[in-house]
Design a protein around this ligand. Sequence first.
Ligand SMILES: Nc1ncnc2c1ncn2[C@@H]1O[C@H](COP(=O)(O)OP(=O)(O)OP(=O)(O)O)[C@@H](O)[C@H]1O
Ligand SMILES: [Mg+2]
Length: 283
Amino acid sequence: MAVIALCSASGSPGVTTTAVGLAIAWPRPVLLIEADPVGGSAILAGWFQGARDHDAGLLDVAFAAEPVAAALDRVAIPLRDGVRFVPGVRSHLEARELGGLWGPLADVLAGLDAAGQDVIVDAGRLGMADSPRLLLERADLTLLVTRTDLPALAAVRSYADLVVRTRAWKQAGLLVIGPGRPYSGRGAAKLLGLPLVGKIAHSAKDAETYHQGVRPRARFPKGAFARSLHATAGALHQRTSLGTPSTTALSAEPDGATDVAQGRVPGPGAIWATAADRRQEQA
Ligand SMILES: Nc1ncnc2c1ncn2[C@@H]1O[C@H](COP(=O)(O)OP(=O)(O)OP(=O)(O)O)[C@@H](O)[C@H]1O
Ligand SMILES: [Mg+2]
């Protein structure tokens, strides 16, 4: 099994870039589905650099005469060897029409495993009207993606609380972009109460390759960004194929945890606690 959905709370942390990067680094054939209700297809505009028309996508699957599985197969286009891509809606207005698709689509995606295929879903931001809630709930692993600065953690916190409290997702995990900037992945995970299942190194330059289709620089394959995507893809694949939560460390990339442990940088929880103390004192 492996349907993995990625989403964020706010601030464009890099969901789409990471979804493309993970699909390319994925160890077996994978279907990348763009289910962000914002529309406009960031991947056709980015990875494909607008050179490919938005001929067909999820809306066509929703209104196809044939079964969802056949329609999905028809609209999927190659993104790279072993990676097929299903474009999302052309506009946010079209996203309103997808409400009835998510359930049947989740059924079909769950069955793709038998055909040796995994699925990665870019579900965009949580809380949007027409968000693909059912895909998030029925994915084998649903990843909340965030940066590690305080504004990002503040924004994601209430969503993490909700996910933990309601257990709405089958298996929830945290994927951090830019561990150690300034807080460690482990610090963020502890604060949010979610297991840390991925860490993607920060590299504005290398991210452009997957975000905008920019030609990779010579050192791209050996850089921290590509290595962290490979390590995370491998760990996520292992985690979902085994069907059990894994506590293994995900990559050898430093994530700032040492700085926190040695007291050079306070953990995000400590910052909030201090801020709360200050407020109490002022009251
Ligand atoms: N690992 C990374 N390191 C540095 N920059 C990154 C990284 N991943 C993505 N970015 C950059 O962050 C910006 C937003 O990326 P992206 O569009 O993938 O985010 P998103 O979460 O999908 O946003 P939205 O919610 O608007 O869809 C882009 O400029 C992209 O190049
Ligand atoms: Mg996006």
